[in-house]
Write a protein that binds this ligand. Structure first.
Ligand code: FES
Length: 112
């Protein structure tokens, strides 16, 4: 796994939702209940910028059609039959890092 620092964002306990770029990927970074989550920046339903949404009950809600996604797993709410990609997050001395699989790890995961 390769870890990339999220530039311009410092960890705090405060809730937030921000669109960021780390390691060349556009992400939606969410601070919720003191934890930080990294998700794809586009809603899988119709590609809206999901960082314009809000959090409710541990889910990120898209502002357009209100589909919602679990912050931990990325799983869509019942009936949606979809998911948003999530990425692991590490906090190191108030800096936030997001992990991306290497191409070899992605290839191995394809055959699991
Ligand atoms: S674009 Fe997000 S719910 Fe439709």
């Amino acid at each position: 796994m390769n870890w990339f620092k999220v530039p311009g964002v410092v960890y705090t306990q405060e809730p937030f939702i921000k669109k960021v770029v780390a390691g060349g990927k556009s992400l939606c970074l969410v601070g919720y209940n003191g934890e930080v989550f990294a998700l794809a920046s586009r809603c899988p339903h119709a590609q809206e910028d999901i960082s314009r949404g809000w959090c409710k009950d541990g889910k990120l809600v898209c502002p357009i059609h209100r589909f919602s996604y679990d912050l931990q797993t990325g799983r869509g709410s019942p009936g949606q039959n979809d998911f948003i990609h999530t990425y692991p997050v590490k906090i190191k001395t108030n800096e936030i890092y997001v992990g991306f699989n290497t191409w070899k790890e992605n290839l191995i995961n394809l055959f699991k």
